[in-house]
Design a protein around this ligand. Sequence first.
Ligand SMILES: [Zn+2]
Length: 412
Amino acid sequence: MKLEVDRDRLLSEIETLAAISDAEAPAVTRIVFTPTDLKARAWLRARCEEANLMVRQDAIGNTFARWAGSDAKAPAVGTGSHIDAIPNAGKYDGVVGVLGGLEAIRALQRSGFRPTRSIELLVFTAEEPTRFGIGCLGSRLLCGSLSAAAAKRLKDGDGESIEEVRRKAGLRGELDEVKSPGGYYKAFLELHIEQGPVLERRKIPLGVVTNIAAPASMRVSIEGAGGHAGGVLMPDRRDALCAAAVLILAIETAARTSGAADTVATVGICEVFPGAVNSIPSRVRLSADIRDTDLARRDGVIKAMENACNEISARRRVAIHTEMLNADAPAECAPAVVQALSDACRKHGQEFLPMISRAYHDSLFMARIAPAAMLFIPCRNGYSHRPDEYASPEDIARGALVLAEALATLSA
Ligand SMILES: [Zn+2]
């Protein structure tokens, strides 16, 4: 079997898809179920059909393009990612896994390889949370991590429900049919840009992901008492922002002292009311995002944060209310799939680094219904979710080649 990736074609397809965008080049904006997204989906479907793949869509718009194996009933080998892009993003996030996956399949077809197990290219709906406020919408539903009932309650910024939006996009069927039957996939692999600087810094061309970190995100509101900045003396104050400041530092300390470098915590939003120079802050709203590869350690930070809330609330006489928005469990990649990817790297003489994915991906959810792993390629300066996101042609082609090799092993 002589595997060869058609690099020029793959790169030109990445450029073509990037041009289907609501932002001016080089920026890419492609929000799920907008006319632009639907146009991109139609274009992609045509590319899959050109490659003689059988294409179907489920009720949330997850797309499955199947190359039937000789044992059509055997569990399939899946690969893929997403093509939606946040406002003002780049060309490569998600797209490398989708178009690289398609090219990996075409490379296998050209080589004369015939799979025993079917190989399926997956394109997940709304990996990005832009429209409905929740990331990995398609893969969550597919894996049963989000129920159809809970999905139906989601609305976009204009108040339109998922049901309305997806029907308008022409999707048929019911959301409770999206969940994949158990044992459908033998393995799932996702090729992705690293979205971090490790591979580039260490000059290693490929990363094989062994663990995927997962975030817990929370909303915190602190209610104190406002008043005149001149009139209320310090002993009488119940300043919500001062309480927030102590809480933010307590969250930072809990993450710093967890005992592992993989623990990270971020407060990215701090809204102060009423927000006037001469008025004591009466109310503050914070966000907290806590991530780790180890669930117990991450939950330890959450516990430390709760303790800090209780202590600060008593000492400063403010009311603190926390609301958990989501708390997904981290995933461990499957040893057999990690092995297949590592062997594929070795077979093509490529150095690789076993590593952790610190961003989460559709694979985090696929790992719950299938043995899963990811393959990373470097991206310049680790930049992602911005217009100057960049992965080199050599790295993209190398990723597709190693992916193809691993798909061959797992589907043979
Ligand atoms: Zn992505």
